[in-house]
Ligand binder design. Structure first.
Ligand code: DC
Length: 251
């Protein structure tokens, strides 16, 4: 995430250290593209000693399967069968965990532009979402100390999560961040065009009938537009530690 504000802001005091090791803790982070969820979730998980789950990678893997198996967009049943057959899973020995389909790593494929272009469509397929939600809950039971990020983690997948966050930022800032990320990889994209793509992806993600992008009522909402990456992670860490300390106290 780009720092868009140079002014220093007082940081909340750090408590430090991992969470109590014997208690399950699910922390959800939802929000639209370009809010830095993935980086923030990874850093938060590392600070708290929790596992990290990138659920967008699962939808991206399904989109890569659609393209690489040359499945027609109308053939929803064929796509769902292929994704089930691929047995998407993560290699938890890697940091961050990498995703595999048919036991082959596909991380290199899932961030490519053609996958990004179709992933919102793929993520709107109800049968596919039901499959992903089931898989994510299984992952949650196998990794009960987890920071998970996506669009529906707090609202649908883990409604009883200990702590829920919703990250947001205005579309211009999100477009600027994406353009800078792509520039580092040598891809030049016009900021206006990126902003239009982001607004369209938000529209598709938030208007679908199943698991739409939304801020759960009990989530802590944070606007990251004028915060640096460190400031965002510090804020989430402080909230998470406070909430969990309260839960463990029974208050
Ligand atoms: O976070 P991302 O850009 O990697 O997500 C890719 C797409 O998958 C995006 O269109 C939203 C969708 N998605 C979703 O619908 N539900 C999730 N839990 C995670 C991602």
């Amino acid at each position: 995430m780009t720092s868009v504000q140079t002014q220093t802001v007082a940081r909340p005091p750090k408590i430090g250290g991992a969470m109590p090791v014997d208690s399950p803790v699910i922390i959800t982070i939802d929000g639209p593209a370009g809010t830095g969820k993935s980086t923030v979730a990874q850093l938060l998980a590392a600070r708290l000693g929790l596992d990290f789950l990138d659920t967008g990678a699962m939808y991206r893997a399904a989109a890569a399967i659609l393209i690489d198996r040359e499945i027609d967009r109308e053939e929803i049943g064929e796509l769902v069968s292929a994704v089930l057959g691929a047995d998407l899973h993560f290699d938890w020995s890697q940091d961050p965990p990498t995703i595999l389909a048919w036991d082959n790593p596909i991380d290199h494929r899932i961030r490519q532009a053609d996958v990004t272009a179709v992933v919102s469509f793929v993520a709107s397929i109800a049968d596919l979402r039901h499959h992903m939600v089931r898989k994510q809950r299984v992952i949650g039971s196998q990794h009960p100390r987890l920071v998970t990020e996506g669009r529906d983690q707090g609202s649908v997948v883990f409604p009883d999560a200990a702590v829920k966050f919703y990250l947001d930022a205005n579309p211009e800032v999100r477009a600027q961040r994406r353009v800078e990320q792509l520039a580092k990889k040598g891809d030049v994209v016009d900021i206006q065009e990126m902003c239009e793509r982001i607004v369209e992806r938000d529209r598709m993600d938030s208007t679908r009938s199943d698991g739409p992008l939304m801020c759960p009522d009990d989530a802590i909402r944070i606007d990251t537009s004028v915060l640096s990456l460190d400031q965002v992670v510090d804020t989430l860490e402080q909230h998470a530690r406070d909430r969990i300390a309260m839960m463990l106290d029974g208050s």
